[in-house]
Design a protein around this ligand. Structure first.
Ligand code: BJW
Length: 225
């Protein structure tokens, strides 16, 4: 069981050029991202939601991990399975930096989910609705991401890890979205020390034993060293 649990959010990928959700530029074609990333939006206007994810998939191909992702991968190389990264991000920048123990609690941009059979598949093309599912053949694919009102992935493994952690570190997340925003309280309840690394105080900043504010690309390598 990992002793060191790190939660990451959009802020860790910001310096790679991936826009965050709630900062000033957190808009896409004039929509609030929260209004596009919902099951209701997918039912109402599937082409717009697909275009939003196709655009993000295309943009992901042009960005690279930054020193914060690299520092976490270095840390994993040093401590092995004692480190678990839980990410709310759907990008693959932790993996591209070399991290192997990563849980994507809000899904993955490069996967598709079949709404008919529940199969999850690697996907790097445009997610138009016509292709059939590789498992069941029905054309009912959607982005394999977790929208508001849906159950995040891996919650059992996350709860077990938080209960055993000696140190919980939250990096680049606003603390506005649950259940991830509640992980600090879970870790505290089970006796972990808690540290926040974020550009500014998050909504739950006061819950951490220690908070350091600045860019993840500076703070994370300095913390790992
Ligand atoms: C930097 C930086 C730099 C910038 N360096 N830092 C009322 C009360 C409580 C809960 C609810 C409620 N009403 C509804 C709910 C539940 C709801 C929720 O939390 N809503 C809130 C809005 C209140 N949650 C859900 O529905 C979740 N499911 C759920 O609860 O299921 C039931 C359940 C029951 C019991 C147990 C468990 C579950 C599902 C949430 C799904 C979220 N989905 C999204 C989209 C994913 C797909 C996609 O990417 O398109 O996930 S929304 C979006 O927000 C995305 C993110 O992962 C998530 C969090 O955002 P994040 O990462 O924190 O980004 P930002 O932009 O908010 O913050 C960035 C931070 O970085 C900022 O602080 C910056 O300062 C900082 N930063 N540059 C360091 N260079």
């Amino acid at each position: 069981m990992p002793q060191l649990v790190v939660l990451t959010g959009a802020g860790i990928s910001a310096e790679s050029g991936v826009p965050t959700f709630r900062d000033a530029d957190g808009l896409w074609e004039g929509h609030h991202v929260e209004d596009v990333a919902t099951p209701e939006a997918f039912e109402r206007d599937r082409p717009t939601v697909q275009r939003f994810y196709d655009a993000r998939r295309a943009a992901l191909a042009g960005v690279a991990p930054n020193p914060a992702h690299q520092a976490l991968a270095d840390l994993e190389r040093a401590v092995g399975e004692d480190l678990l990264v839980i990410t709310q991000n759907i990008d693959d920048l932790h993996e591209r930096a070399g991290s192997r123990h990563v849980l994507h609690m809000h899904g993955e941009l490069l996967k598709a989910l079949c709404r008919t059979c529940g199969g999850r598949y690697a996907w790097d093309g445009e997610l138009v609705s016509e292709p059939g599912c590789p498992g069941c053949g029905v054309a009912d694919l959607r982005p394999d991401v977790v929208w508001f009102g849906e159950m995040p992935y891996e919650l059992d493994r996350i709860a077990a890890a938080l209960s055993k952690a000696d140190l919980f570190v939250s990096i680049g997340t606003s603390g506005a979205v649950y259940p991830a925003a509640g992980f600090v309280q879970h870790a505290l309840m089970y006796g972990a020390r808690t540290l926040e690394l974020n550009l500014e105080p998050s909504e739950g900043s006061h819950l951490f034993h220690e908070a350091r504010h600045g860019r993840a690309g500076d703070l994370v390598p300095a913390w790992v060293r």
